[in-house]
Design a protein around this ligand. Sequence first.
Ligand SMILES: Cc1ncc(COP(=O)(O)O)c(C=O)c1O
Length: 463
Amino acid sequence: MTTTKIMLKEEDIPRQWYNLAADLPSPLQPLLGPDGKPITPDMLTAVFPMNLIEQEVSQERWIDIPEEVLKILYRWRPTPLRRAVYLEEHLKTPARIYYKDESLSPPGSHKPNTSVAQAWYNKQFGIERLTTETGAGQWGSALAFACKLLGLECKVFMVRISFNQKPFRKLMMQTWDANCVSSPSEETKAGRDILEKMPDTSGSLGIAISEAIEAAVTDETGKTRYSLGSVLNHVLLHQTIIGLEAKKQLESIGEKMPDVVIGCAGGGSNFAGLAFPFVLDKINGAEVDIIPVEPEACPTMTQGPFSYDHGDTAKMTPLLPMHSLGHTFVPPPIHAGGLRYHGMAPLVSQLIVEGLLKPRAYHQLKCYELALLWAHTEGAITAPETSHAVACAVDEAEKAREEGKEKVILLNYSGHGLMDLTGYESYLSGQLTDYSLPQEELSKYQEALKDLPKPDLKKTGKW
Ligand SMILES: Cc1ncc(COP(=O)(O)O)c(C=O)c1O
């Protein structure tokens, strides 16, 4: 009988995170301040605690995971690596499809791998309250969960469209005692300014980030910091436990190296978490296709230029070297709320520039169609974000069938969709449509990038 669940014992959990910054073929370019000059770590201290800033700029290849963080992660880690045999049978593919099941964490996604670590480091630093933004609500609920376990207060600014579409995510946050408000809100200057100009806006992650940063830096007690659920180096670092576990699990059943590694990418963290240990193999000569997947309606990697841009709409963050659609970008209201960010993690962006990754974009109708196929074969209902990775895996499995190749496909099953059923309802009742952004609209948003500094297109030309 084929093994469908590849488990690791608690004692086999990775005890260090992997920091790809140590192995990049060409170094990351620095974050820039408003004057266009590189910022120094101390300039970030109003926003993040120094212990996390140190991780953000670290060049150490391996960073120890604190025992107390591991103790919390044991609640659901190591997560199983599953083989999608029922989908394979349906597709009649010779490919073996493995998926790392990150949907098993208490909030239902990969996000607590970093929320627990971030809450712990903030607590060590004497911080009592964290603020954040959330799109789909997955990150907000993951931070609410972590703050509850570590005894911190938590305030979440939730993008308006998701706040309205996902009342249950808000209730999850409240169950873990967090305070969740719809963004843009009247509580911050950034929110009030947007509401005055665009009272009917559906909101965006860029706006919610501005609000959350403002709420942190204006707290006069000095005991509040901001926490980000994706994009930054330290967030991607905490997620690498996913790929490190997956490697051990594949090796334990004699699979040497996947041919294809896939993750959906909003800000890039679940993709990076699974992929970075395999990116190292690729840098060292392994043959593997590594594919971050995004929506056609928010085509950051496939259509956004590599540019310096702000991480938020009100330009409160430093300038990040990244693929970006422009910080004023307000995406169409697609149901994958977690894939609507205007930028992409600098580490992921740098790998795209290098040619180490092959980004791909999918329309939402195809993603829902294949999420249903997944539910009808594997059984589970996927998060709309995750369905982008599923769609790509199905395409790759069909390609393997056409080529008659026994490929090994590995994907990150970043979350379940049990709180996202309104999206399924819209799909099932025929109300969903696909969105492609017209070039004029993309160009309009990219005006915001025009006067910003341009990063070097650093590229070794090896890939
Ligand atoms: C289930 C799920 N997958 C993926 C993402 C995308 O985020 P990231 O690119 O940081 O993994 C989100 C974001 O909310 C999510 O909820």
